[in-house]
Ligand binder design. Structure first.
Ligand code: ADP
Length: 558
């Protein structure tokens, strides 16, 4: 019901409008016309209640504008009956009519303010160009004839000029709304159409008034009726609640915009061609032309400056990127050199430690043995780090060269799992294994072993005591599928995409002081990809993690 209210309103009002415009004479009367106007006021108030917009005041101002319109009409229609004389000009009815413009324009300004927060000043120039052009037309055709009519009294002159001026006020606000950013729902389009219809109808009315052709109750009334009903429908559409919501829509020079702006700049020369007789008109046209061209120039200068600063920013960005690339290259080179230089002394330290621990240099006291074992473990860690760093440097420099052999992924995975058993048992973690049948594929035994060691040791490392790690190997659609599942710490959703990044470690890894370098998964991914496969992760925090590796078996022996 709430979503359909707008077209139910139009549907209900359609027959009334039909009767007023085309029905029997009795329906072509003021009360019917004003009833339609009143229905729009009710529709706007109902829309506010129904959809609860943030910009409630704006919509109440629209309702007030429409109500003033209806009030003016009611007064004009009944003037003779109430005051016993013909309706003078200007009258209170005119005062009411003239209140419509400020009320609606103020409502529009409230919506615009919400929609275009933080927008560039340049965005004001486009609507200003359009409004200047329309203002010029309005002056020449609707205002000047009154302004220079010496037979008219000052109040008549002023009131007659104020009418098109009020319309110009509404239209300028509407153009600003249309040319800015902001949410564009059906309500927005209904409202803009309604305002355009009002402007058109008032324009034709003004023209007919000047040339003595307007008749009450004629087809032109359809214009005002449309204005009423479309505005009412705009207020009843659910998207009215977001009419003041900003969206990022910069004042880009789209093709339509350029066409509209061009048309606007043609207005001054075109009006000049009509050859107005009055010097004042010529002056106004010339002045408008100067204003219009200055605005266009300002707009163009702004665009060019924007473009130039964007190009300058891009250049600076490019330079920064180049510098970063060079630094990155230097860092890689440095890491590779240092790792390489560390490798030989570390091997030597490790060898001598093994000799001493093996008793080759005499027996050791317990405490000496304990200290040397700690040194040995840390040397192991350093060696692993150096090997990982060298691996990555090699991967970056030359890619991975694989030594392909036919192997059974199931037994390779089983070997890896068995080598993780001592650590798992020490940590109270149970291990499970399943493999459907031998899963043959063509791969590099050492590299795939490295991948398996990384992922399985991670699973053991990140699973608390009493947990479980299981490894499954199977074939699926021409691929070998390896799954390593644990019941460990898990990985937070927003960190899952990063676990394959070099040196990335989760918050939980740091919190639980679990050692690591953040290189293992990046290496594992490199190995999987070099085999034409892929590696992925699914995980839930404090529930567990599953790593899934898919490797094509293309060169497999079946
Ligand atoms: P390392 O284990 O040396 O820290 P990895 O590259 O192997 O580096 O893993 C990167 C990070 O991914 C780990 O630090 C950890 O935060 C997270 N991680 C990897 N495997 C698991 C797992 N099975 N459970 C929870 N977190 C994991």
């Amino acid at each position: 019901m709430r979503a359909r209210a707008w077209w139910i309103f139009l549907l209900v009002m359609a027959p009334v409008v039909g009767l007023y415009l085309f029905g029997p004479h009795a329906f072509n009367a003021g009360p019917v016309f004003n009833g339609i106007g009143l229905s729009a006021v009710v529709a706007i108030v109902a829309g506010v209640r129904l959809h609860r917009p943030r910009a409630r005041l704006a919509w109440y101002l629209f309702a007030a504008g429409q109500a003033l319109f209806v009030a003016g009409d009611v007064l004009a229609y009944n003037y003779e009956r109430i005051f016993g004389g013909p309706l003078p000009f200007p009258s209170i009815a005119d005062a009411l009519y003239l209140g419509v413009g400020p009320a609606i324009a103020a409502g529009l300004v409230l919506l615009i303010r919400g929609r275009n927060r933080g927008e560039a000043r340049a965005a004001l120039i486009d609507p200003l160009i359009i409004s200047t052009a329309i203002g010029l037309l309005s002056w020449i055709f609707l205002m000047a004839p009154y302004a220079f009519d010496t037979t008219l009294s000052l109040p008549v002159k002023l009131t007659s000029i104020l009418y098109p001026l009020m319309d110009l006020l509404i239209l300028s606000a509407a153009v600003r709304l249309a040319f800015g950013g902001g949410h564009r729902g059906k309500s927005y389009y209904l409202m803009l159409t309604s305002i355009c219809v009002l402007f058109g109808t008032d324009g034709v009315y003004g023209w007919l008034q000047l040339h003595g052709g307007y008749q009450t109750g004629g087809l032109l009334d359809g214009g005002w009726i449309l204005f009423y009903l479309l505005f009412g429908a705009a207020a009843l559409h659910p998207s009215m609640a977001t009419a003041d919501v900003a969206t990022a829509a910069p004042a880009r020079l789209t093709r339509t915009r350029v066409a509209v702006l061009t048309a606007a700049t043609f207005v001054a020369p075109a009006t000049g061609l009509l050859g107005p007789e009055r010097t004042t008109d010529r002056l106004v046209i010339a002045g408008s032309a100067i204003v219009l061209f200055s605005l266009v120039l300002l707009r163009m200068v702004g665009s060019v400056q924007q473009h130039e600063s964007a190009v300058a920013r891009m250049r600076a960005l490019q330079e920064t990127t180049d510098r970063m690339r060079e630094l990155d290259r230097l860092k890689d080179h440095f890491v590779a050199t240092v790792s390489h230089e560390l490798r030989t002394p570390l091997t030597s330290i490790h060898g001598y430690l093994d000799l001493v621990l093996g008793g080759d240099s005499g027996s050791l006291e317990d405490e000496q043995r304990r200290f040397l074992l700690i040194a040995d473990r840390n040397t192991d860690r350093l060696q692993k780090l150096v090997e990982d760093l060298l691996f990555i440097s090699e991967l970056d420099a030359n890619g991975l060269t694989l030594e392909l052999t036919d192997l059974d992924l199931g037994s390779l995975a089983h070997e890896s799992l068995e080598s993780a058993r001592p650590r798992a048992e020490a940590d109270g973690i149970s291990l499970g294994f399943s493999s459907t049948s031998p899963v043959h594929l063509s791969g590099d035994r050492v590299r795939l072993g490295q991948l398996l060691d990384n992922v399985i040791s991670n699973a053991v490392k990140f699973t608390p005591r009493g947990g479980n790690v299981s490894v499954r190997v199977a074939r699926s659609n021409g691929s070998a599928v390896l799954e390593i599942e644990d019941t460990g710490l898990g990985i937070a959703t927003d960190e899952q995409a990063q676990v394959f990044d070099r040196f990335f470690r989760t918050q939980a890894a740091g919190d639980h002081a679990i050692q690591g370098t953040g290189l293992g998964l990046s290496i594992s991914q490199g190995i999987a990809q070099a085999h034409g496969g892929l590696i992925g992760v699914t995980s839930e925090e404090n529930v567990g993690t599953t790593f899934r590796v898919e490797l094509p078996v293309h060169a497999a022996i079946t």
